[in-house]
Design a protein around this ligand. Structure first.
Ligand code: AMP
Length: 192
């Protein structure tokens, strides 16, 4: 299986690149943010709970997020592999993901990290807020809170994969196609 963690701060381009990568490598895309938003739209219990965190730019609690992700993985038994987009965001989530994949005699192949500086992220998120109507992209305070949460809680996840020799950083500024090619090269290098 080819299992990729697509990592990076909010606004780094994970969603955009995931769409291209799943097509090229025939993978299942699991974006925890997208799944939460679908639940919010559907008015589910999970959606109502998630919204109370997402609107403030906070992380949804680990046990909720891990449970949801596990059931998504389990409902795709024939997947050739997964792109985990926006997950794991904490060390506890990274551990849980390793254990889940181990149960399936599989593992994370590599973490691909899109590196983008903060000023550029703020610009991109505000623009996306205008275009997509995403509430958490429209308020500068919520945006800053998400960046702060990323730096404090999510950045350490990089060390988790570095310790396993699975981390690969990619410059996330530039043309979408150029970044995509760099991601593909990194994946093909790891798969060979
Ligand atoms: P995203 O679409 O990845 O930017 O996620 C939007 C929001 O969903 C985040 O700001 C969090 O509130 C929540 N969220 C998404 N993924 C996770 C995760 N792995 N752990 C906790 N909260 C998450």
């Amino acid at each position: 299986m080819l299992n990729l963690v697509l990592f990076g701060p909010p606004g780094a381009g994970k969603g955009t690149q995931s769409v291209k990568l799943i097509e090229k490598f025939d993978l299942v895309h699991l974006s925890t943010g997208d799944i939460f938003r679908a639940n919010i739209k559907g008015g589910t219990e999970l959606g109502i709970l998630a919204k109370s965190y997402i609107d403030k730019g906070q992380l949804v609690p680990d046990e909720v997020t891990i449970g949801m992700l596990a059931s998504e993985v389990n409902s795709n038994p024939n997947a050739k592999g997964f792109i985990f987009d926006g997950f794991p965001r904490t060390q506890a989530q990274a551990l849980a993901l390793d254990n889940l994949l181990k149960e399936k005699a599989s593992a994370i192949t590599m973490m691909l990290a899109l590196e983008v500086e903060e000023e550029e992220l703020r610009k991109r998120l505000l623009l996306r807020g205008k275009e997509s109507g995403r509430v958490d992209d429209q308020n500068p305070e919520v945006i800053q809170n998400r960046i702060n949460v990323y730096n404090a809680e999510t950045m350490p996840v990089k060390d988790y994969y570095m310790a396993q020799n699975k981390y690969k950083g990619i410059n996330g500024i530039g043309q979408i196609e150029v970044i995509f090619n760099q991601l593909c090269q990194a994946i093909e290098g790891a798969a060979n």
